[in-house]
Design a protein around this ligand. Structure first.
Ligand code: PLP
Length: 283
């Protein structure tokens, strides 16, 4: 695999970062994951815009222009012959002697990108539907910034696995925030799609925005508000969205079947609509 590191395309074993990189020492960095279908990028502009916002919130500069970022993404897709999968991008505050104080703004950021080839359209989990457990959300208060500080989501996913589930939904003050690495939705008995409203409590998913647009275009009713696990368990359907998972049905929450315990028609319809739209608009 060819990896991009600070201006160079290098074979994976040669892709190296300093021990003093602030991403390594302080998780002082942000990332983006963009999915690839038919060798093309899905919603690149959305991911680039969110990257710009994450960096600005942390007082970091864009490492290069959006056009350059696009060409790096494309070059890696070509060099690694990716037809389906993802491109991962990470920017950190760069290399400096260890100090809680940020290094001078002149410190060059570290920019790395790599690809992963995998089937994203035909996903067995989307066919079967995911089993979810709820776990308390004890993450920091700026979840709107896509930082590489992912230890708690990683622990939550492991707790889910230990309980025989596929993933976890995080609960704060009695209401669901989001999944470990996805946004969370229910479809109420009257057919309304409900998902948490945007704030610093959750990440503004790029897929979330696209899927809510698909839903509205399909004349589905959408409400952006908090919901509880009890409401989710009593819902007709539940699902998640993320760049690489697209729309993934949820069939069980804390051991209780959602609806008839099968992937629901709204989730299936939205997955299909989103994949179709992505194939058309990918660049
Ligand atoms: N919420 C969290 C915490 C995430 O980590 C992610 C994706 O990694 C998402 C939501 C979904 O965002 P997107 O649709 O942009 O992949």
């Amino acid at each position: 695999r060819i990896v991009y590191v600070n201006g160079n395309y290098v074979p994976e074993p040669d892709a190296k970062i300093s021990v003093f990189d602030r991403g390594f020492l302080f998780a002082d960095g942000v990332y983006e994951v963009t999915s690839v279908i038919d060798g093309k990028l899905v919603d690149f502009a959305g991911h680039a815009a969110r990257l710009r916002r994450s960096l600005a919130e942390l007082k970091m500069e864009m490492p290069c222009s959006q056009e350059e970022l696009l060409s790096i993404h494309r070059e890696l897709i070509v060099r690694n012959e990716v037809t389906e999968g993802l491109v991962y991008l990470q920017v950190t505050r760069g290399v400096a002697d260890r100090d809680f104080v940020f290094p001078s703004a002149a410190t060059p950021p570290t920019l790395i990108l790599f690809t992963q080839s995998k089937a994203v359209v035909d996903n067995p989990l989307a066919d079967r539907g995911a089993r979810i457990v709820s776990i308390e959300d004890i993450r920091w208060g700026r979840r709107d910034i896509k930082t590489v500080q992912l230890l708690y989501p990683s622990m939550a996913k492991m707790i889910a696995r230990e309980k025989g589930a596929d993933d976890a939904w995080l609960v704060e003050d009695g209401v669901v925030t989001e999944g470990t690495s996805n946004n969370a939705y229910i479809v109420t008995q009257d057919g309304t799609i409900v998902t948490r409203d945007l704030s610093s409590h959750i990440l503004a998913g790029i897929t979330r925005a696209a899927v809510l647009k698909c839903a509205r275009d399909l004349q589905m009713k959408v409400e952006e508000r908090p919901f509880t696990i009890a409401e989710a368990q009593a819902a007709r359907e539940a699902f998640t969205t993320s760049a690489t998972g697209f729309v993934c049905p949820v069939i069980e929450i804390d051991g209780a079947a959602v609806g008839d315990g099968q992937p629901g028609p709204v989730a299936r319809r939205l997955r299909q609509a989103y994949v179709e739209e992505s194939r058309k608009s990918a660049i």
